[in-house]
Write a protein that binds this ligand. Structure first.
Ligand SMILES: C[S@@+](CC[C@H](N)C(=O)[O-])C[C@H]1O[C@@H](n2cnc3c(N)ncnc32)[C@H](O)[C@@H]1O
Length: 201
């Protein structure tokens, strides 16, 4: 991610949790249930921001599981640390650019939650994640707690660089054309969830 976008997320970090009104508990729990996140799983939350999902993920995977949140914005991560440090016996956060840096570990679930429009080269990132970080039977999820109209409307008003988010069916088809085994899990006004895995199409 470019310096300008990092600065944008650093500056908005103190207000993020009060402004992010879509990620309410019921919706998060519904979306995580759709992903089949269960006890003992390892979950990588890319673009974790202020760690909105982290307590929910820890509760689901339990003590036998493992959760790692990655973000490049120091501002977002400082709030994530304040909220979540002490919730697990291991470091929960890593500062890294998931597009270019090597992320350590293999995971059952890799989340791109409210992050996809900020990815500069989605096919390269997905290929890297599938090759380096996803367990053979695991899944990557592109997810949002709203539909594409809500996301595109917000992005039209702020300075952070982002791509237009296509409807879930359209993005899924584009991913398939680019060689990824993708499918729509759910697409409603309040949820947008696409699954990608290493299975053959
Ligand atoms: C729109 S926010 C979403 C944060 C969080 N997932 C949520 O739903 O509250 C996007 C986050 O992704 C991070 N991000 C975007 N591109 C990134 C990259 N290449 N590497 C690491 N973090 C990135 C940003 O710093 C920002 O915190």
């Amino acid at each position: 991610m470019k310096q300008q976008e990092i600065q944008f997320f650093d500056s908005i970090a103190p207000l993020w949790d009060e402004r992010e009104v879509m990620s309410v508990p019921d919706k998060i729990n519904h979306i995580l249930s759709l992903m089949g996140i269960e006890t003992g799983m390892s979950v990588l939350d890319l673009g974790t921001g202020t760690g909105v999902l982290i307590p929910y993920l820890l509760e689901r995977v339990g003590k036998e599981g493992y959760v790692l949140g990655v973000d490049i914005s120091e501002g977002m991560l400082s709030i994530a640390h304040r909220k979540c440090d002490g919730l697990a016996r291991y470091p929960l956060f890593l500062k890294a650019d998931f597009e270019t840096d090597k992320i350590p570990g293999e995971f059952d679930v890799i989340l791109l939650y409210s992050v996809y429009p900020h990815i500069e080269n989605p096919t390269a990132v997905l290929s890297k994640l599938l090759a380096e970080n996803l367990r053979p039977e695991g899944n990557v999820f592109i997810a949002f707690p709203s539909d594409e109209n809500f996301i595109n409307n917000i992005h039209g008003k702020v300075k952070a660089k982002s791509h237009q988010l296509p409807p879930a069916a359209e993005l899924t088809e584009w991913l398939r054309q680019n060689g990824f085994n993708s499918s729509v899990v759910e697409a409603t006004e309040g949820s947008y969830v696409i699954r990608i895995n290493n299975m053959r199409q």
